[in-house]
Design a protein around this ligand. Structure first.
Ligand SMILES: C[S@@+](CC[C@H](N)C(=O)[O-])C[C@H]1O[C@@H](n2cnc3c(N)ncnc32)[C@H](O)[C@@H]1O
Ligand code: SF4
Length: 448
């Protein structure tokens, strides 16, 4: 563990928790279209099995429920077209978007009929890597497929409760082999610093990844929202933060000769010598797209400095969309300083922040408002001021892994709280967390 880690985490925890706090009285405001086409995030919350470590908005799959949901999803997408929004890139995340392939391809067809989108990225699980899914995704214009693997180690897969539903390490390896070369970018999602994971296990995972030679690898530290910690401790096990830095360093050391970092936790395979292959599509939609619209239950949008959250209740989602209203139930206007902080976080997560961009977006005020953060990060050696941009150092990459993880923990905390109100709907057992904020019920008037 680095000497400043506990203090950094404490500060980050407080700051990010505050920025994810939507006051109960906040009336949701409706987003207005952006001048330029932006990113569309589509949320599909259904999963075959619910992993105990996951705080994303996910629901046990039921075919009938999913059919009704996708219908509402397409209606919501159409409503953004009517309101004048334009989208250039599409990211379908979950849950498991490929769980209902026909519904997914119908939805992608609709999007492509409304806007000339450049790129489409879809998340999936290893058990869906077969010819039928490949053909459907190819026909729907999908260029990037992201597969959730987490680890190839059978003991860890069992501990994560993924061995039965999503396959053993050997099966996952074999399926990834069949997916290789089918899409412009095949990304594999991995997790490090899992309870009971040893350096030897991580090294075996890294060796398997190098052997598979996938286009892109995203290596997340195990993240735990504090409200989900008890569930995690009782199922997956207790996380030891003391080993995280060693694990991350081993990942960097092993991948560096073959992969280049696209963000602090995403790595793109280097093209072979003399080959000018397309660079893989980036994983994190928030780095290059300042603004994005999220559709679907539990999705977030970030537009013009405001954050919007769509209802986590699938029933309320279907009802609001059916009535021709927006399903956004909460919004929050970021202050000037919060916007700068957010930009500083996500842009440097992508490894550099050009001065021209700082000037264009915030002017000189950036250097005044952000002075404490800039000085602190410079003093611990996390950033350097290059000729045209602020850049992350190697220690900085680890700091940004911590920062991004803490940011996602704050988002996950919000997700966990929102889901407390809809336990029955989610078919989940009651949680042990005690705190229950007021349920968001207000929805703005007609969205179109
Ligand atoms: C939310 S899932 C959606 C796609 C698919 N269902 C899957 O399992 O990969 C996307 C990725 O988020 C990551 N993830 C989920 N929960 C996490 C956690 N608590 N800590 C770190 N990464 C996590 C996993 O790597 C997972 O593959
Ligand atoms: S990790 Fe993926 S499969 Fe597991 S619950 Fe989360 S979204 Fe579903």
């Amino acid at each position: 563990m680095l000497w400043f880690e506990p203090l950094l985490l404490k500060v980050l925890h407080r700051e990010y928790a505050a920025s994810m706090h939507f006051a109960a009285a906040d009336r949701p405001r409706l987003p207005a279209p952006t001048a330029q086409p932006c990113q569309l995030y589509v949320h599909v919350p259904f999963c075959q099995a619910l992993c105990p470590f996951c705080s994303f908005h996910r629901v046990q799959f039921r075919e009938e429920k999913a059919g009704v949901y996708f219908q509402a999803l397409r209606a919501e997408i159409r409503s953004y077209h009517v309101r004048g929004f334009a989208f250039s890139d599409v990211y379908v995340g979950g849950g498991t978007p490929t769980i209902a392939p026909l519904e997914l391809t119908r939805t992608l067809e609709l999007i492509r009929s409304l806007w000339p989108v450049r790129t489409i990225s879809v998340e999936t699980n290893p058990n869906h890597l077969h010819e039928e899914t490949f053909a459907a995704l190819e026909a729907a214009g999908v260029g990037r497929v992201s597969v959730g693997v987490q680890s190839f180690d059978d003991q860890l897969l069992r501990q994560m409760q993924r061995y039965e539903p999503y396959g053993s390490g050997a099966q996952i390896r074999e399926r990834l082999g069949t997916a290789r070369g089918r899409f412009r970018t095949l990304n594999v999602d991995m997790i490090f610093n899992l309870p009971n994971q040893t350096l030897a296990m991580l090294e075996r995972d890294l060796a398997t990844l190098l052997e598979l030679d996938v286009d892109q690898i995203s290596f997340y530290p195990l993240m735990t929202a504090s409200s989900a910690r008890r569930r995690m401790d009782m199922t997956v096990g207790r996380v030891d933060p003391g080993r995280r830095h060693d694990f991350y360093e081993r990942i960097l050391e092993t991948l560096r000769p073959h992969y280049s970092a696209a963000s602090a936790w995403c790595f793109n395979r280097k093209p072979a010598a003399g080959c000018s292959a397309d660079s893989p599509m980036i994983d994190e939609y928030i780095i290059d797209h300042g603004d994005y619209v999220g559709v679907g239950s539990g999705a977030f949008s970030y537009l013009g400095g405001s954050l919007y959250a769509t209802t986590f209740s699938l029933n309320q989602y279907r009802r609001l969309i059916g009535e021709g209203r927006t399903a956004i139930t909460q919004s929050k206007r970021f202050t000037f300083k919060e916007r700068m902080r957010y930009e500083f976080l996500v842009r440097l997560f992508g490894l550099s922040l050009p001065y021209t961009e700082v000037r264009r977006k915030f002017g000189r005020a950036f250097w005044v408002y952000m002075a404490p953060e800039l000085i602190a990060m410079r003093l611990i050696g996390a950033i350097r001021f290059a000729a045209t941009r602020i850049e992350l150092t190697r220690i900085g990459m680890y700091c940004w892994v911590l920062m991004m993880a803490e940011f996602f923990n704050a988002v996950n905390e919000f997700r966990e709280q929102m889901r407390l109100h809809i336990r029955a709907e989610l078919d989940e057992p009651p949680p042990h967390a005690a705190r229950l904020p007021a349920a968001p019920t207000a929805a703005p008037e007609a969205s179109r």
